[in-house]
Design a protein around this ligand. Structure first.
Ligand SMILES: Nc1ncnc2c1ncn2[C@@H]1O[C@H](COP(=O)(O)OP(=O)(O)O)[C@@H](O)[C@H]1O
Ligand SMILES: [Mg+2]
Length: 350
C-alpha cells in the first residue's frame, strides 16, 4: 500500500476514536491531538499541534506521566485511572513510540469512564433491589410455614388452607420473577423455531385459570369476551401463553392494591388481524412513564406502584415475544383509573 494512503487511513482512525488521543515528542511538542482531545480540553487540533503539552493540557499528573514515558526508554506501557476535573474518572493508557530501540515520544489514550461508572452503579442498585424483591416472598413463605407447623394451626383446616394459599401465591410470585430474569437473558430468536397455527382462545383460557385464585382473593372480577372461534395465529403456544400471563400478572398486581377491581379481556377480529384488549381498573400509569414501560428493568417508582414487587422485565419480554410473531403491543392508561393493553397478531387460517 502506498505510504500516503496508509497515513490517510491512520489519520482517519485516530480522528474518529471514541477516546482522546495525544502524542508528544521527546521535547513535549504535541504531534497528535484528535477531535476527542479537542472536546476534552477545548483547544482545536490546529492550535494544539507543535505546542508544548504543558501549555495545552493543564493537568500536572497527566503531563508528568506522558513526559516520563516520552523521555525514559526504560518505562513500559502505563495504565492508570486518573480523576480529572475533580469528578470524572479517566482510564489513561500511555504507549511509547519506539522504533528499532529509538524512543521518539509517547502516545496517550484517555477514556472517559463515567458512563461505565453509571452502568455499574445502576447494575449494583438493580441486584440490590432484586435480592430484596426475592427476599420478601421468601420471608413470607418461611413465616407462614413456621406458623403452620405449630400444632394449633396445623389442625385447623380453615387456617391451614388460607396459609397454604398465601404460600402458593408467594411461590408463584417468586417463580415469575425468576422466569422473567431467565427470559431476559435468553437470546433465542423464536422465528427460527417451528411456528404453528395456535388458538389464542385456548392460550387465554389457560392463562386466566392461573390467576383465578389470586383474583378472587383480591376481589377482582375477570370478564372474558373472546369468541371461541376467533382466528388462529402463527405462534408457539407456550410463548403466546406467556404474553397473556405477563399482561394479566400486571393487571392483577396493579389492580389488587385497590379494594376491588375489574379486568376485561376482549378479543376481536380486526381485518387480517386478531386484536386483544386487556383493560384493568387498577392504579394506572403516570403519563410521562408510559413511553418507558417496555424498557428493560423499568418500573414506576412513585406512589402506590413502588410498594409492589417485580423485576421490570415482564413487559420488555412480552414486547419481544409479540414482535417475534409479527404482532404489535401498545399500552395506554389514565393514572388512578385504568390501564389498557392492546395486542394485535396477524390472523392465520384454520
Ligand atoms: N396494568 C398495569 N397497571 C399499572 N401499571 C402497570 C401495568 N402494567 C405495567 N405497569 C407499569 O409498567 C412497569 C413495567 O411492567 P413490567 O415490565 O411487567 O415490570 P414489573 O411487573 O416487574 O414491575 C410496572 O412496574 C408498572 O409500573
Ligand atoms: Mg410485570
Amino acid at each position: 500500500m502506498a505510504r500516503r494512503t496508509e497515513t490517510c487511513f491512520q489519520e482517519v482512525i485516530i480522528e474518529n476514536l471514541d477516546d482522546a488521543c495525544i502524542a508528544v515528542d521527546k521535547n513535549g511538542n504535541i504531534k497528535i491531538f484528535n477531535s476527542m482531545a479537542t472536546a476534552m480540553f477545548g483547544i482545536s487540533t490546529e492550535e494544539a499541534i507543535n505546542k508544548k503539552i504543558w501549555d495545552v493540557v493543564k493537568i500536572k499528573e497527566l503531563n508528568n506521566l506522558i513526559m516520563d514515558s516520552a523521555r525514559n526508554i526504560s518505562k513500559s506501557k502505563i495504565e492508570k485511572i486518573v480523576i480529572i476535573g475533580q469528578t470524572t474518572p479517566y482510564l489513561i493508557k500511555i504507549f511509547q513510540a519506539l522504533k528499532e530501540d529509538k524512543l521518539y515520544g509517547s502516545i496517550a489514550i484517555l477514556r472517559n469512564l463515567s458512563e461505565y461508572a453509571k452502568i455499574e452503579k445502576a447494575l449494583s442498585n438493580y441486584v440490590g433491589n432484586l435480592s430484596h424483591e426475592l427476599k420478601a416472598p421468601l420471608t413470607a413463605i418461611k413465616g407462614y410455614v413456621e406458623t403452620l407447623l405449630e400444632e394449633s394451626y396445623f389442625s385447623n383446616p380453615e387456617i391451614s388452607r388460607k396459609f397454604l394459599q398465601i404460600i402458593n401465591d408467594e411461590t408463584n410470585r417468586m417463580t415469575r420473577m425468576i422466569v422473567d430474569l431467565l427470559d431476559a437473558t435468553r437470546n433465542e430468536n423464536i422465528k427460527e423455531n417451528n411456528l404453528s397455527l395456535v388458538s389464542p382462545y385456548k392460550a387465554i383460557i389457560q392463562s386466566v385459570k392461573l390467576f383465578e385464585g389470586l383474583a378472587k382473593q383480591k376481589n377482582i372480577e375477570i370478564e372474558m369476551d373472546v369468541p371461541e372461534n376467533i382466528s388462529f395465529i402463527m405462534a408457539r403456544e407456550d410463548y403466546l401463553r406467556q404474553i397473556f400471563v405477563n399482561i394479566l400478572d400486571n393487571a392483577i398486581k396493579f389492580t389488587g392494591i385497590k379494594k376491588s377491581g375489574h379486568i376485561k379481556i376482549l378479543g376481536i377480529p380486526d381485518g387480517k388481524k386478531v386484536k386483544f384488549i386487556i383493560t384493568d381498573t387498577g392504579i394506572g400509569i403516570p403519563e410521562n412513564s408510559i413511553p418507558f414501560v417496555f424498557d428493560r428493568f423499568y418500573r414506576v417508582k412513585d406512589g402506590e406502584a413502588s410498594s409492589l414487587g417485580g423485576t421490570g422485565l415482564g413487559l420488555s419480554i412480552t414486547k419481544k415475544l409479540v414482535e417475534d410473531i409479527s404482532g404489535t403491543i401498545d399500552i395506554s392508561s389514565k393514572l388512578g383509573e385504568w390501564t389498557k393493553v392492546t395486542v394485535s397478531f396477524p390472523a392465520g387460517v384454520h
